[in-house]
Each structure stands twice: as structure tokens, then as C-alpha cells.
Design a binder for this molecule. Structure first.
Ligand SMILES: C[S@@+](CC[C@H](N)C(=O)[O-])C[C@H]1O[C@@H](n2cnc3c(N)ncnc32)[C@H](O)[C@@H]1O
Length: 287
């Protein structure tokens, strides 16, 4: 396993991101065909070839995060929830079983058309209190032809509408000015007392040391900004994997006015011991 891990890390940045996506699509199409023939596909989950949200186990990660949302995020079944970058329903599917049909509500938006279409056709159809929206925002990795700029995007929701706002593995694909805009929008749409749950690749002292020692799963070999707050791994496609200095993240949250106090649960991406999850999780409550 250690050998496989090493090989994976070595080749991770050599194959261009577009080629990697095409290879995955072909391989997973074969697996989907096999699942169809053997009747082993899991009902209510997207076929593997459509999964563009990461290489880990789709169902297991969704279940893991529902636990985190409740335990450290303070999510309640009666909440009105916003899922920023809802992907192809990895978080929405377990949430659909949890959120109260009468009192709870879910809104998700994403810049990937196929993901949003799948969620509308497979989740909203069974759970009408689950709403998905496609927005044509540019992202070099996820939506190369997008027309809207993320750093100017105004969320299509009313002020103080949500009890719980989350973004899992989304700010790990967004540039600094875009995150600043999203934090300011989160503040606007969050109710007073509302909670946020965001994941990052947070570059603290230990993570930076591990990157230097090459025991981290991400190498963040390039610096995006002069101050060195934003680091990325793929030379030509920064959005494929982005990390931020932990101090920058904390400063941005304070600047947004959401909260001066936050909790950080470090993940195992950087190779640290006893991680909470894979990415780093940040939770806070709006005053
Ligand atoms: C790794 S996937 C994670 C998806 C989902 N949050 C999950 O955990 O399954 C990253 C997602 O972020 C979305 N994304 C990237 N930039 C975005 C933006 N500016 N606004 C909203 N979603 C964005 C992508 O389309 C993609 O679905």
C-alpha cells in the first residue's frame, strides 16, 4: 500500500488534468457497465462515470460528513441549508434522509451542469424540499467555458435565509478574490446565530513542514500571490488543487464579519497524525 501511495503521489501531477478526467471516464464507464450486467449498482447514487467530485468512496464520504455536520457543525433536521458547490449530490443524498420534510429545506448550487441535472432528476424528484441550481461560473478545472466571474457572483438567495451553510472541497478549487466574495455572500445569506462548515487545505506550520518533507498528499509547489498566502499544485491549472495559509483563512473569516471565533479540525491530507477527516474543516457561528 505504501508503494502504491508513493506511486500515486508521484504521477499525480505528471498527467495533464484533462487527460486524467478522460481516463477516469473510460475506466468508470466499464465499471458501470459491469455493475449494470451484474445488478450490483447502488440505487439512488450516481453512476461512477459521472462522479467528478473526487477519488474517495462517494457514499462513505457523504455519510462521514453528515456525522460531522451534526457533531461539530451543529446542523439540526429543521434547518434551512445551503450547499455551495453541491457537485453530484455527495452531501445532498445523505442529507435528504436527515432533513425534516416539513421543517427542513435544502438549496444547492454548482457550476457543473451534469451534476446539477442529475441531482434535480434523482434527488429533488423524491425530496421536493431539495432545490438545485446551475450557475455558469468560470473555473479553469470545472467549467472552462463559464461566463460568470466567481469574484463578482451574488448568491441567488435572500438575506438571512439559512441556518447552516457549508462548502465541502470547494474552496480547495477557488482563488483568493473568489473566496473573499463567497465569504461576504455567506455572511449576507446566513441568519444571525447561523453556522458555517467549510473545508480547506489549510497551510499551518505542521502542514508546511510535511510538504517540505514530501509526506503530504498535495505538493503545493507553486505560489499564486506575492504574499505567498495561496499555493497550488498543478502548474497550468491552479484550480485543480489550492491551499491557503491558515492565518489568511482566519483573517478572511474575521474580515467577512461572520465571526471572530472559529474552530479548526485538521485533516490528514498533509500527512499529520490523528486527523479528523481528509481536508481541514472550519466551523464558526455568525453573531
Ligand atoms: C471536489 S468537488 C466537491 C463537490 C461537493 N461539494 C462534494 O463534496 O461532493 C468541487 C465542486 O466545486 C464546484 N465549484 C468550483 N468552483 C465553484 C464556484 N465558484 N461556485 C460553486 N461551485 C464551484 C465544482 O463544480 C465541483 O462540483
Amino acid at each position: 500500500m505504501a508503494f502504491l501511495d508513493k506511486a500515486k503521489r508521484k504521477f499525480k501531477y505528471i498527467i495533464p488534468t484533462g487527460v486524467k478526467k478522460a481516463m477516469k471516464y473510460c475506466l468508470y464507464s466499464l465499471q458501470d457497465f459491469w455493475s449494470f450486467v451484474t445488478g450490483k449498482g447502488v440505487k439512488g447514487y450516481p453512476p461512477k462515470r459521472l462522479n467528478f467530485v473526487g477519488s474517495g468512496e462517494f457514499m462513505k464520504i457523504g455519510e462521514e460528513f453528515l456525522k460531522h455536520f451534526k457533531k461539530i457543525g451543529g446542523l439540526k433536521s429543521s434547518n434551512t441549508v445551503l450547499d455551495i458547490g453541491s457537485g453530484i449530490g455527495r452531501m445532498a443524498i445523505p442529507l435528504a434522509r436527515y432533513l425534516d420534510t416539513n421543517k427542513g429545506e435544502y438549496y444547492g448550487f454548482d457550476i457543473d451542469k451534469r451534476g446539477v441535472k442529475w441531482c434535480k432528476n434523482n434527488v429533488s424528484i423524491k425530496y421536493p424540499h431539495f432545490n438545485f441550481e446551475y450557475v455558469d461560473i468560470y473555473n479553469k478545472y470545472y467549467n472552462k467555458k463559464g461566463k460568470i466571474k466567481a469574484n463578482k457572483f451574488v448568491f441567488p438567495y435572500k438575506n438571512e435565509m439559512f441556518d447552516f451553510v457549508f462548502a465541502t472541497s470547494v474552496f480547495t478549487h477557488m482563488l483568493p478574490d473568489q473566496i473573499e466574495q463567497y465569504l461576504s455572500e455567506i455572511k449576507r445569506v446566513l441568519k444571525p446565530g447561523g453556522k458555517i462548515f467549510l473545508t480547506f487545505f489549510s497551510l499551518d506550520k505542521e502542514a508546511i513542514q510535511n510538504i517540505k518533507k514530501k509526506i503530504s498528499y498535495c505538493d503545493f509547489g507553486y505560489t499564486y500571490d506575492e504574499a505567498g498566502n495561496c499555493m497550488y499544485s498543478h502548474k497550468d491549472v491552479p484550480e485543480a488543487e489550492i491551499g491557503y495559509k491558515e492565518k489568511w483563512i482566519i483573517d478572511q473569516l474575521k474580515k467577512s464579519g461572520i465571526s471572530e471565533e472559529l474552530e479548526i479540525y485538521h485533516g490528514g491530507w498533509s500527512g499529520r497524525k490523528n486527523p479528523y477527516s481528509y481536508q481541514d474543516i472550519i466551523c464558526a457561528q455568525k453573531k
